[in-house]
Design a protein around this ligand. Sequence first.
Ligand code: PMP
Length: 434
Amino acid sequence: MTDHVFYPWSAQAGLNAPTIVGASGSHFWDDKGNRYLDFSSQLVNVNIGHQHPDIVAAIIAQAQQLATISPTVGNEVRSELARLIVERAPGDLNRILFTTGGAEAVEHAVRLARSFTGRTKMLAAYRSYHGGTGVAIGLTGEPRRWGAEPTNVDVVRFFGPYPYRSPWETSTPEEETTAALRHLRQVIELEGPQNIAGLILETVVGTNGVLVPPPGYLAGVRALCDEFGIVYIADEVMVGFGRVGQWFAVQEFGVAPDLITFAKGVNSGYVPLGGVLIAERIAQRYDHTVYPGGLTYAGHPLACAAGVASIEVFERDGILDHVRSVGADVLGKGLRELAARHPSVGEVRGLGFFWALELVRDPETREPLVPFAAAGAAAEPMAKVTAAAKARGVWPFNVGNRFQIAPPLTTSADELRTGLEIVDEVLEVADEYV
Ligand code: PMP
């Protein structure tokens, strides 16, 4: 592809991506007539599916009524979306600071945590992604941060649970929870809790492997944050708004954080939108004190109209139920069957419409199919596996040594089964390296 666009996270010369000209529901297609089943929801954001007529209509209607307005004045559709989101949020997360995307939401969550506590240090996990801007990339605990260093963010890293590759070599999820919480307590104590403003954690770790927290882990994190006066930020940019079958993924684990960052699925990216849900006691700090921050396009009326329409479709079409039942019965079950047949699949994990197959060269030693690499470096043979899927018309969300699957939440059981048949064929490419 030769054009004047400078592509993010990409070596410009090596880019060999198709030119996409159209999309509908769970599919998109390119200028050469190739059609793809979207097993990525693009960047895990098109939760409602492509070109949903209700969302498109809502954007058009809003554009005709009021296409743009400052975020510092009142606006009906923005207030309506905030109400709809708060009604579905856990705990007393009663107010929303809107942004235009996920990284900005993270920037503001950190600013809120710091200004609320008067502390500066942030705790963030290894194997995390929190966004591509200043503070957000500094918090990120994986190779995409490397090229942006030094980041000058006062961050301390800890290991989150990862039973398949346990940092503590535990052998059960329960042991992993105990070890991870003991480790986190030590990090907090040695760093000085009086200096720690906030802890940021993806509720289900997304790009870094669809790591579902083991039982009790998030409740333990909540308890540690309470004990030490640390603001608990759940980063749900990727897993909020139905990805795991709940409005917010923390609801699956019965915890209420102090702040939730969201973006992507809130309106499926038809118009850029993100935000921070704020606990009442933190929001009240700014009732008579100016909040130091804001963005010209935050809470854009077109984006909010798309968000309102999206929540209405979720409710009307029972999307959360669909994600829970079909996610478990078709995706989860189907992927476990594939894992049993393919020696290259070391582990299957996931929830709802978010799954990963961790690919290995040796199921005994768990040697990964490819080693860690910096962003954009599609290492062989994983690049070959991904190319094989795309050549057969399935577009996965592969990262590192994981074959990751995150279809639009509106994808039917039959479409998922068709996709899984193709994944079955594609895994033979990986099996050759075992
Ligand atoms: N946090 C998480 C957990 C994410 O997955 C992402 C995006 N992949 C971000 C933050 C950043 O969001 P955005 O790209 O919209 O800035």
